[in-house]
Write a protein that binds this ligand. Structure first.
Ligand code: TXA
Ligand code: MG
Length: 318
């Protein structure tokens, strides 16, 4: 048995025993447990220090798994699954009775996705159950894109399956199906335009009619001050202790420490590396302030700007 196969088999045994395992997906690392075992799921909330009002998503490895987790099969969900799964799309659908209330925070709906990652898929298959998994960070903190990032925040986790760096770098797009079409709960790599090719966007669904308890204003926060370049006058910044996360290079000469995430204005490349850059600057003792250059809000740029706004929210309100 190769080391990798052995590690996956061990991780799957942990999941079956009700333990928590961090594992890679194409987006970010997840903190997984048996999604049908309420006690195992409770441990995710405990390890992550996550409030119980914030529901988890279930990860599946086969299309058949979808059917037993939903109350009724919406044919539109099948079409979307066929097009985007495995991949970074989470669909919120009416839940079946086998999904424990603790997974959905008591909501009648459940978020489901099939990750596009060989290790994740092998783990789910080998565990033989849907795996409930939020991102493997402490609640409100920077999401992990490597096993080291997980270790930094969640050293108590029962096991970490190391699959190297994730390839998308930010969390899945989350949608909810409405009578008229779909509503986007969280932006990600899969864009509104790509989804619209299959189903109409529902402009009437608003955050008042859609329940999205986890979409709070502050999230992904480093423990250090973080600001968006255009929200501030950069003249007051101490360039010895501030670092720039750069997109276009426009502000690079104003800083001594610059982390340029792309040299080709490529938003996907920026997204893949954003959390890793935030982690490394958070860990850098010489740095006190992280400044991020905003990016154009097109394609995955929408999701990037959502992350930057949430990561900097606490500093704006002080
Ligand atoms: O890419 C991803 O989606 C990663 C990887 C690990 O798969 N997971 C992830 O999980 O980002 P998490 O828990 O960090 O974010 C999922 C979000 C939460 O903010 C939660 O509030 C929302 O999905 N959510 C889950 N179930 C929901 C439901 N039934 N209704 C509304 N929102 C829901
Ligand atoms: Mg998260």
């Amino acid at each position: 048995m190769s080391d990798r196969v052995h590690d996956i088999a061990y991780a799957a045994t942990c999941i079956r025993e009700g333990k928590c395992v961090a594992f890679p997906t194409e987006t970010v690392y997840g903190l997984g447990a048996d999604g049908l075992n309420p006690l195992a799921v409770a441990r995710i909330f405990e390890l992550k220090e996550r409030p119980h009002f914030d529901p988890l998503i279930l990860h599946i490895a086969q299309f058949d798994d979808l059917e037993r987790l939903v109350a009724r099969m919406d044919p539109r969900a099948f079409v979307l699954a066929e097009k985007f799964w495995p991949g970074p799309l989470t669909m919120i659908l009416p839940k079946s009775t086998i999904v424990p209330d603790i997974v959905t925070s008591g909501l009648p709906t459940v978020g489901i996705r099939m990750p596009a990652h060989d290790i994740a898929l092998a783990l789910i298959k080998s565990a033989g159950c849907p795996i409930a998994a939020p991102s493997a960070n402490k609640f409100g903190r920077i999401s992990p894109t490597t096993a080291q990032h997980v270790r930094k925040q969640l050293s108590e986790v029962d096991y970490i399956l190391d699959g190297g760096k994730t390839t998308v770098g930010i969390e899945s797009t989350i949608i909810q199906l409405t009578e008229r079409g779909f509503h986007i709960v969280r932006n990600g790599l899969i864009t509104k335009e790509e989804l619209e090719a299959i189903l109409p966007f529902d402009p009437h669904a608003t955050h008042d009619t859609i329940v999205a308890p986890g979409m709070i204003k502050s999230h992904y926060s480093p423990i250090k001050k973080m600001i968006i370049a255009e929200d501030t006058t950069l003249t007051g910044i101490d360039i010895d202790t501030a670092a720039l996360i750069s997109f276009s290079g426009r502000y690079d000469t104003l800083f001594r420490t610059v982390v340029r995430l792309t040299h080709t204005n490529d938003l996907k490349e920026y997204a893949v590396q954003l959390f890793a850059a935030m982690h490394s600057l958070e860990d850098n003792n010489a740095i006190q302030t992280i400044v991020a250059e905003p990016v154009p809000e097109e394609g995955i740029g929408k999701a990037i700007m959502d992350k930057l706004r949430k990561a900097t929210y606490n500093w704006k309100t002080q």
